[in-house]
Design a protein. Structure first.
Length: 348
């Protein structure tokens, strides 16, 4: 579990700190406020460590290996022309500093790079162990329809797609869990399958289908909102979201209708209460309110982060309730529209 993320001079962030809840974490802000950047940064560090730790005969972390792997992962996930482009742009040279702390102190890491850096970072604090559970990143678009052959094409050609797509496709293709873990999967999977009206199947030719009472439907023919649920269902069924893992989900409400957003909100909270650390980014008032109501009914804790744009960069307000985030313009606009609608209806 991530305890905190400290950022100095990274993209839109001048000096920011995120103190995470072990369960649910919700990052809210306007477009351009850095929500996705915060998710991708934390994900990149975890993924680089987990990928190296899964290699045969992987030894303990060394600075030489980690400096190369972290730089490579950041470039592949963010797709800048060079690593230094991720450092906040000012006059002259600037240095970017990143620090992640975990519940296990042996995993703590800090590193930096400058505006002129090409590929490698400079590791200041070396972790004593690799992360043993791969993180999961869900982008704003679904990936089930592009899955057939995508990983092979990605690894053998240069494609202008961020590496999170390739990482998630690898997890989508993992075999289903059986035995004791299958029993643990059931309670998390059931509400998603009810919402989709069926289950997700992967055939031997590498194509996904929605299997329901009337048969199998090719994934491109399924509504996009249901495909997003299907992606999450598949990751649960394979066990990718299990055993103290971390899920990063960027704008889960994208292309979903309110009924399905309610199902997604329920699933997010259920995952966060089952041992998965969930970090999600949104600017949807509907999703935020739904999460609030579910958390209140379950008396569950969460952490809320409000990202605020200014001339000096993005500042972070955070706390255990939505009120601690400060005023978010995107949310205020939705509230103001509701007030105008009520006022116009009353005067009609």
């Amino acid at each position: 579990m991530i305890k905190s993320l400290g950022i100095k001079n990274f993209t839109v962030f001048q000096d920011a700190r995120f103190d995470f809840d072990p369960g649910l974490n919700v990052i809210v802000g306007e477009n351009g406020a850095g929500k996705t950047h915060a998710l991708k940064l934390a994900y990149s560090v975890l993924a680089a460590s987990a990928e190296e730790g899964r290699k045969p005969n992987a030894g303990s972390p060394t600075k030489a290996i980690l400096q190369s792997r972290l730089g490579e992962k950041l470039v592949n996930v963010f797709r800048p022309e060079s690593l230094g482009r991720l450092a906040r742009r000012k006059q002259g040279r600037e240095r970017c500093d990143i620090e992640l702390k975990f519940d296990k102190k042996t995993l703590d890491v800090s590193f930096s790079f400058a505006t002129q850096s090409k590929a490698d970072v400079q590791v200041e604090h070396l972790p004593k162990a690799w992360i043993d559970t791969a993180p999961v990143y869900l982008p704003t678009r679904e990936l089930l329809t592009i899955y057939p052959g995508f990983v092979s094409i990605y690894e053998n050609h240069y494609l202008e797609f961020e590496e999170t797509w390739r990482d998630t496709c690898l997890l989508l293709g993992a075999p289903l869990k059986r035995g004791a873990k299958e029993k643990r999967v059931g309670p998390l999977l059931a509400p998603l399958e009810r919402a989709m009206g069926g289950s997700i199947e992967l055939d031997k030719n590498g194509r996904f289908y929605l299997h329901n009472a009337t048969g199998r439907m090719e994934m491109p023919l399924v509504a996009e909102g249901l495909r997003k649920l299907g992606m999450l269902a598949r990751l649960i069924a394979t066990g990718s979201l299990f055993d103290k893992g971390c899920l990063f989900w960027d704008e889960p409400e994208a292309n979903l209708n309110p009924r399905i957003i309610k199902d997604v909100a329920r699933c997010i909270v259920d995952l966060s209460q089952s041992g998965i650390q969930v970090v999600t980014a949104t600017h949807s008032l509907f999703l935020l309110r739904e999460l609030e109501m579910i958390l209140e009914s379950q008396r569950a804790s969460a952490r809320f982060f409000g990202l605020h744009l200014s001339d000096d960069g993005v500042s972070v307000k955070q706390g255990s309730s939505v009120d601690d985030m400060g005023d978010i313009a995107a949310l205020d606009e939705e509230l103001e529209q509701s007030d105008r609608f009520v006022a116009d209806t009353a005067s009609a």
